[in-house]
Design a protein around this ligand. Structure first.
Ligand SMILES: Nc1ncnc2c1ncn2[C@@H]1O[C@H](COP(=O)(O)OP(=O)(O)OP(=O)(O)O)[C@@H](O)[C@H]1O
Length: 304
């Protein structure tokens, strides 16, 4: 993450009472030794917030992205090859002595490194990894040890560094589609559910991220809020996210597209960015009507 990005995010977090509260509480939970878990729909800023909080702890931050291929070796480490040491003793001319030593070389996995050195770990989208892989967090969180069995290591476990902490993120929609989150693991974390941003907070985020003028950011966010109201199904599918507002602002700025519904390019941009996430939050029978409403709402925007 660049310094610029960090500055822009800090600005939203510093000016929003909602975020200031979350950050303060989160740091307390982490400092007391409880892992944190941000859950909520895609694109509302879970990862960004997790990384921001992790950085506040003044410990090195490690990011791991959950995925189905993540293995125990990735987490703990593995023997990666052999080290050969050859000593040739020719001290006495007539005597040749060769001593050869072959040892396996071990390289630490990312979790082992974080646990050993007391890093703050951000484990993003952890529910995308297989539950049996995530089980390794149970002894870490409960007994404060990382077991090394199955790794041919001499030690059977290592102690967790007192400064080690974890922030998990997940998207509830994925619980059903990917792997069911283990209740035992969830039971050991403090889970905070993040909802959509309030209007002012979203406008600030869009301005900070894209440096677009305020009135343009406001027009985009107000449009997006109307579009989200067209959603019919569960609250987990909230339609176009903050990411969608940022995309429209970024593209309009980059290609000098006026934020104006009378402009064909702008209409197309609105549609391209919002239709797919919008149609995902409703049943088929509502889609045609929602499509017409989306086009109409976009045409109503009248900024230069
Ligand atoms: N406070 C903020 N200020 C400015 N931009 C932000 C802020 N929070 C998030 N963003 C931007 O919004 C977008 C989505 O954020 P992020 O990736 O953190 O969301 P997420 O909830 O983790 O999404 P996903 O579940 O899809 O991984 C990113 O482009 C990010 O840079």
């Amino acid at each position: 993450m660049t310094d610029d990005t960090e500055t822009s995010q800090t600005s939203l977090y510093e000016h929003s009472a909602y975020y200031k509260g979350i950050i303060k509480r989160s740091l307390r939970y982490l400092d007391t030794g409880y892992p944190l878990h941000f859950t909520g729909p895609s694109g509302i800023g879970k990862t960004t917030l997790a990384l921001h909080i992790a950085k506040q702890r003044k410990r090195p931050v490690m990011l791991i992205n959950g995925n189905k291929d993540l293995s125990t070796e990735d987490f703990i480490g593995a023997f990666t090859g052999y080290k050969r040491r050859k000593l040739k003793d020719n001290y006495v001319r007539s005597v040749h002595k060769i001593e050869e030593n072959v040892t396996e070389s071990w390289s630490d996995g990312r979790l082992l490194e974080a646990v050993k050195k007391g890093y703050t770990l951000v484990y993003d989208e952890f529910t995308r990894s297989k539950p049996e892989i995530n089980n390794i967090f149970l002894p870490i969180l409960e007994e404060k040890i990382l077991p090394l069995y199955g790794t041919k290591q001499k030690r059977s476990f290592i102690k967790v560094h007192p400064d080690f902490s974890v922030i998990f993120t997940s998207n509830p929609v994925e619980y059903a589609g990917v792997y069911k989150t283990q209740d035992a693991l969830l039971d050991r974390m403090v889970t905070l559910t993040l909802g959509s941003l309030e209007k002012e907070a979203e406008i600030t985020a869009v301005i900070n991220k894209t440096e677009i003028e305020r009135e343009k950011a406001q027009a985009i966010v107000e449009f997006m809020m109307k579009i989200r109201k067209l959603c019919h199904t569960s609250q987990d599918f909230q339609g176009p996210s903050l990411r969608a507002s940022i995309m429209i602002a970024e593209l309009a700025k980059r290609y000098d597209i006026p934020i104006n519904g009378s402009n064909e390019e702008f209409n197309q941009l609105c549609f391209d960015i919002t239709w797919f996430p919008l149609q995902a939050c409703m049943e088929d029978k509502h889609k045609q009507r929602a499509k017409r409403q989306l086009v109409q709402e976009c045409k109503k925007i009248t900024l230069g």
